[in-house]
Design a protein around this ligand. Structure first.
Ligand SMILES: C[S@@+](CC[C@H](N)C(=O)[O-])C[C@H]1O[C@@H](n2cnc3c(N)ncnc32)[C@H](O)[C@@H]1O
Length: 223
């Protein structure tokens, strides 16, 4: 994907774009490093529910969803800095004061910095499939991450995953099968921001849809 600044203007992430300097220093342990990230939102919004998107890319899901859900705070995390800045600039131009976009590794953020029971939902759409066997260890969905997601969800919270990649989907199902004590499968419901005929409506979904690829979607409810 190429990144072009809007109409030739430099990207302006405003108050929406955050980098690693927004995080506290890591303490000796993950449990000691966790902090109240709600301070990233204006004071009058801090008690609202929160949702997390991991791997936001160009921010298309957040642009659509956050407009439809003004009483929910969205945190997008994207570790490719230029995509995170592009997404933050785009969200700023839509005047979406309910979103923050963090340029960081989401797996590290969740484990090290995120307090228990923080998010009502975690959205993971079209995670990188890393198709070669020797790269499978780089896949985002791993059993320790699923355990951490369970910890940071509020009671009855949801993890929602969509992928076009059959082998990765089988991998995800295998890993979910290892945490049946933590989650139960639920039917996947399209988010409100999805357009006509879309599953979630991200950039990758639109690209792959044009190529005629089928998608697999999975919803997990925290037990
Ligand atoms: C295939 S793209 C999908 C982007 C977007 N969700 C979409 O559907 O258009 C996957 C994105 O996840 C990001 N990503 C992968 N692992 C990540 C991690 N651990 N933390 C944050 N972002 C991550 C990548 O940089 C990439 O932008």
């Amino acid at each position: 994907m190429s990144i072009k600044p809007s109409r030739g203007k430099p990207l302006d992430v405003g108050a929406i774009g955050l980098g690693p300097d927004a995080l506290p220093a890591m303490a000796d342990t993950a449990a000691q490093s966790r902090f109240d990230f709600r301070a990233w939102w204006p004071e009058d919004r801090r008690e609202l529910p929160y949702e997390l998107e991991i791997g936001s890319g160009k921010g298309t899901f957040l642009v659509q969803q956050a407009q439809q859900m003004p009483d929910t705070n969205y945190l997008g995390i994207e570790y490719a800095g230029q995509f995170a800045r592009y997404a933050a600039d785009r969200l700023r131009r839509h005047n979406l004061n309910n979103v923050r976009m963090l340029a960081y590794d989401a797996a590290v953020f969740v484990e090290w910095f995120c307090p228990d029971a923080s998010f009502r939902q975690v959205h993971i759409y079209f995670p990188d499939p890393w198709p070669k066997a020797r790269h499978h260890k780089r896949r985002l969905i791993q059993t320790p991450l699923l355990r951490q997601l369970h910890r940071v969800l509020t009671p009855n919270g949801f993890v929602r995953i969509v992928t076009d990649h059959d082998d990765y989907y089988a991998w995800i199902e295998d890993h979910v099968a290892q945490v049946t004590d933590l989650f139960e499968r639920q039917p996947f419901e399209r988010p409100i921001g999805a357009g006509e005929g879309e599953v979630v409506g991200t950039n990758f979904e639109r690209k792959y849809r044009r190529e005629g690829r089928p998608f697999n979607a999975l919803s997990l409810r925290k037990l």
